[in-house]
Design a protein around this ligand. Sequence first.
Ligand code: ADP
Length: 551
Amino acid sequence: MDKVLIEIRDMHKIYNPGENEVRALDGVDLTIYENEFVAIIGGSGAGKTTLMNAISGFDSKLSAGNISVNGADLHKNFDVLKGIIGYVPQQDIIYENLTLRRMLEYTAKMKMDSSVGSAERAERIEKVLEMVELIEHKDTYIRKLSGGQKKRASIAVELLADPKLFFLDEPTSGLDPGTEQNLMKTLKKLSKTQGKTIIMVTHTTQSLNLCDKIIIMGTGGRLCYMGTPEETLNFFETDSLVNVYNMVNSDALMWEKKFKDNNDNNIQSPHKEHEKIKVGNKVSLWNQFKVLTMRYAELMLHDIPRLALLLAQPVIIAVLLGIVAAEEVFDIYEDTKSILFALVCSGIWIGLFNSIQEICKERVILKREYMANLRLPIYILSKYVVQLVLGLVQTLLMLGLFAVLVGIPKEGIIFSSGFVECALTLLLTVMASAAMGLIISAFAKNGDRAMTFAPFVLIVQLLFSGILFKLEGAVDVISRVTVSRWAIEGLGSTADLNMLMSKTGIPRQAENLFTHSAQHLWQVWGILMIFVVVFGILASVLLKSVAKDQR
Ligand code: ADP
C-alpha cells in the first residue's frame, strides 16, 4: 500500500461565525497518498479554494479538525513543512521582462541553499526546464511565451526548490483543450517520475481521467465523493463527470451521506511510519538582498518603454521650467521662490511616479516568495537601492538642464558648489517621495488603484509646503511631515532667499525657513533622510498584509 502523506480529519471552516456565518467546509475527512495526482472539483462556492488553502497550510485558522502531513500537524509545524510545499497560484508568478533562464536563476538563488554552487544551480534549472518541457525556450523572454508556456514557467519556478507536495490553483484555466491536456499529462508525469504529490483545484473535466483521485465538493463545503475517475463515474451512475457537477449542486447533503455510508466499511487505517522530512534551505540575508536588488535592476533595464519615460520626464520638466522661469531668477525673491517651488513639486512627482506601482504590480510573486522565505525589510531595501540610482540619474538630468536653461546658485553653504548642494536636496526629495510611493504601493491592491492616490499626495504636498499658505497653527504642524516643506527650505537656504531683493522693493523680514546656515541645511537633510527611513519601515510593516491576500 502507498504511504499516507496527508490526513485530514473532521475539518470545518466557518467564515464570519455568528449570524452571517458561511459554512465553507463541513466535516471533511480526506486521505492523500504519496505521489498521487489529485483534482478537487465542484461548483462555485463549494469550498474548493478554502480546502486547498487549508491543506497547503496558507490558511491556518480552521474552525475545527486537524491536518497532518507525514504524521506532523501541518499548522503547528508549518515553518518547517513549508519547505516541502510548492504552490502555483492562478496568476502567473513570473516576470514578463526576464528570460526564462534569468527568472529561474534569480529564484534558484533565492530558494536554494547559499552553499549550492553555480554549476549545481544551473544543473537544477536545466532539469526543471526539462520537467516542464520548456528547455528550448530557456532564452526566450517570458512575455513572448504562450499562456500554456507561462503556466509551465510558473510551475518551473516552484519546482526549483524540489517540493514534495505541490498545489496548483486552476492551472488549466484559460488554456485551449489541447494545451490543457498536455499540461495535465506533464503534471501526471511529475507525480509519477519525480515523486511529487500534486493537488489541484480545477473547473474543467475533460482531462480528469489522468488523475489518480478526484475530490468532489458540494454546496456548503460538503465532501460528496473521493475516488478514482472510474470509481466516481460508477458511484454517480453516469458516463460523464459534467453530470456529477449538477448532481452534487442539486443535493450535496444526500451525496455526502451516501458517500459516508459507502465508505464506513472502507476507512484506511493511517500508516504509522513516516519518512523524515528533509528541509532547511538557508539563504543569507545578504544573498537575498543581492538577488532581489539585481533582479529589480534587470527588470527596470529591460522595460525599455518605461525606462525611457522615466528618463524623459526630468528632461521635459527642466525644459518646461526653462520656458516659465523669469529672467531675474536668483536675483529677485518672488521669481526665485516660485521656480524653486516648481522644482520641488517636480522632484516629488518624479519620486512618486518612480515607485508608486512597483510593489503592487508584483504582489502575487511577492506573496509567494514571502510565504517561502523572503524578508520584507530586505525586499524594501532592494527597492531603495535601485530607486536611489534611478533618482540620482533623474536628479542630475533635471538639475543639469535646469542649471543651463535657468541658472543655479553659484555657491553653496556646506559645499562650495551650489549645484552639488541643490542636487543633494533634490535627490533626497526624490527619494523621500519614492518612499511615499512605496508605502502606497504596499497597501494598494493594483497599479491603477495606487495611481489614484497620487493626486491626493501631491495636493497635500502643495498645500502644506509653506509657499502657497503661511505656516501657522495646524498648517505648520502638518507641514512638518510633508516632504515639500523641507525640500523648499533646503533649496531656499542654498539660494539665500532672505538676501534677495523683492519685486516691490519693500524690505522684507528674513524668514526662518530660509536661514542661510550650515546647521539649517544639515537639519533639512537629516529630516528628509529620517522620512526615507521611517517610510521604508512603514512600507515593510504594511506589506505583512500580503500574506492575507486572496489567491
Ligand atoms: P470555491 O473555491 O469552491 O468557489 P470557496 O472556497 O472560495 O469556494 O468559498 C466557499 C464559500 O466560502 C463561499 O460561499 C464563499 O463565498 C465563502 N468564502 C470564501 N472566502 C471567504 C471569506 N474570506 N470570507 C467570507 N466568506 C468566504
